[in-house]
Ligand binder design. Sequence first.
Ligand SMILES: Nc1ncnc2c1ncn2[C@@H]1O[C@H](COP(=O)(O)OP(=O)(O)OP(=O)(O)O)[C@@H](O)[C@H]1O
Ligand SMILES: [Mg+2]
Length: 320
Amino acid sequence: MPPIIQIQNLTKKFGNLAAVDHLDLEIEEGEIFGLLGPNGAGKTTAILMLATVIKPTEGTALVGGFDIRKSPDKVRGLLGIAFQEPKMLWVATPWDVVNWHAKVCGLSTEERKRRVKQVLETVDMWEPRHKNVHALSGGMRKRVEMAKVLIQRPKIAIVDEPTTQIDVVGKHKIWNMLLELRDEGSTIILATNELYEADRLSDRVGIMHRGKLLVCDTPKTLKDSILGGDIIDIQLEKDASPTIVEELKSFKEVVDIMQVKPTNLRLYLNRVEEVVPQIMNLLMKKNVPVNSIRMSEPSLDDVFAHYTGLTIEEAQKDEG
Ligand SMILES: Nc1ncnc2c1ncn2[C@@H]1O[C@H](COP(=O)(O)OP(=O)(O)OP(=O)(O)O)[C@@H](O)[C@H]1O
Ligand SMILES: [Mg+2]
C-alpha cells in the first residue's frame, strides 16, 4: 500500500523565515504519526498546509493520492482537523458546534442525535452543552474541538496539540479516544511538544526543529538509537570485585560501568530488556548476591536532546 500521505519538499516561508523547510515525509495508512518539536518548530504550519488552509511556498503533498495544490476539495473531504487554537464564533453552544459538524458530515437525523450526545459525553461536555462558547474555558474549547473529530471519524485525523490546557483526567480520555480512532482505521497526525504524549500514542515519531525533520522512526527505535542510553543500577550485598566488573564490561551491549559505591554499580548499556536476564545469570553463577536492581530507559526527551543538542526546554527558550 502506498503511504496515505506523501510530503514532498514542502516549504513555507514567512518573509525570510522558512517555517517549514523542504520537508519530505511519508505517513502510512492506519498509524498515529507524532510530529514532535518545540514551539516554533513548524508543526502547525506543516499541518495547515496539509489541511489546505495555507498554501505552500514550494513543494507539495499527496493526501490519499490527491495533490494539496491541485485538488484541495478532495483533500478536505478526507480530513478531520482539531486546530491548536479553535475558533468557534459562528455558533452559540458546544451542542450547536458538534451537531452542525455532524450535519456537514452527512449523519442522518436519528444517528446525529445519538452520536452528538455520545461524543459530548465522552469529552465531558454534555452537561455544559448549552453554555455559550464565549463562556467556555480554554480546556473546554479544546474538548469541543476534539468532539468534532470524533463525530466525523475521518479517514485522516489531524490533531494539533490536542491536550494542552486539558486536565490530567481529560488528557487520558483524549489519548484513549485517539487510540480507539486509530484502531477503527483512521490515520492520525498528532502534533505535540509533549514528549510523553508523543511516546505514549505514536506508532512513529518525527522530530522537527526549525522547519526541518531531524529524525523519524518508532519511539522504541529512537530511544534505542542512543548509545548506552539505558541505565541499570545494581546494588550488591558485598563489594564488587574487579573481576566481576570486568566480566560485566565484556557484554557487548554494556557501554560503560561506574562504581558508584563499593557495592553499587551503574551500567550504561543498550537493549536493557535483553541483557538484564544475562547479567542476572552471570551474577548468580559467580555467587554474587544482589540486593536490588533498578532499570531506567531513556525518554524521548533524551532522544530530542541527542538530535538537537538541546533539551526541549532549552529549545523553547531558544525560539522564544
Ligand atoms: N502567519 C504567520 N506569519 C509569520 N510567521 C509565522 C506565521 N505563522 C507561523 N509563523 C512562524 O513560523 C514558525 C513556525 O510556527 P508554527 O506555528 O508552525 O510552529 P509550531 O511548531 O506549531 O509551534 P507551537 O509548538 O508553538 O505550536 C514560527 O517561527 C512562527 O513565528
Ligand atoms: Mg503549533
